[in-house]
Design a protein around this ligand. Structure first.
Ligand SMILES: [Zn+2]
Length: 83
């Protein structure tokens, strides 16, 4: 994983993005949700931000074993600022 595809800016180098948090897998145990950073070896759902670009928060699904990015989507605005 050397690039991420921002929905607004296109493919950019990974240095432009900042990892924020791994989203807990709803099917994992309570222990795993609290204490383990990666829910599965096949799928990790993570929040990233394009800090050196459009500053959009992204939902990134990737395979932590291979580093392959499966899906990137922009998070919707929660405060209605985009209206
Ligand atoms: Zn961007």
């Amino acid at each position: 994983m050397s690039q991420l595809h921002c929905p607004f800016c296109g493919a950019r180098e990974l240095q432009e993005f900042e990892f924020r948090k791994t989203r807990a897998n709803v099917t994992s145990s309570e222990f795993a949700r609290v204490y383990l950073r990666v829910d599965s070896l096949e799928l990790s759902v993570e929040y990233w931000q394009h800090v050196h670009g459009c500053r959009t928060w992204l939902l990134v699904e990737r395979n932590p074993s291979t580093g392959a990015v499966l899906r990137v989507a922009a998070l919707p605005a929660v405060n209605g600022a985009s209206k």
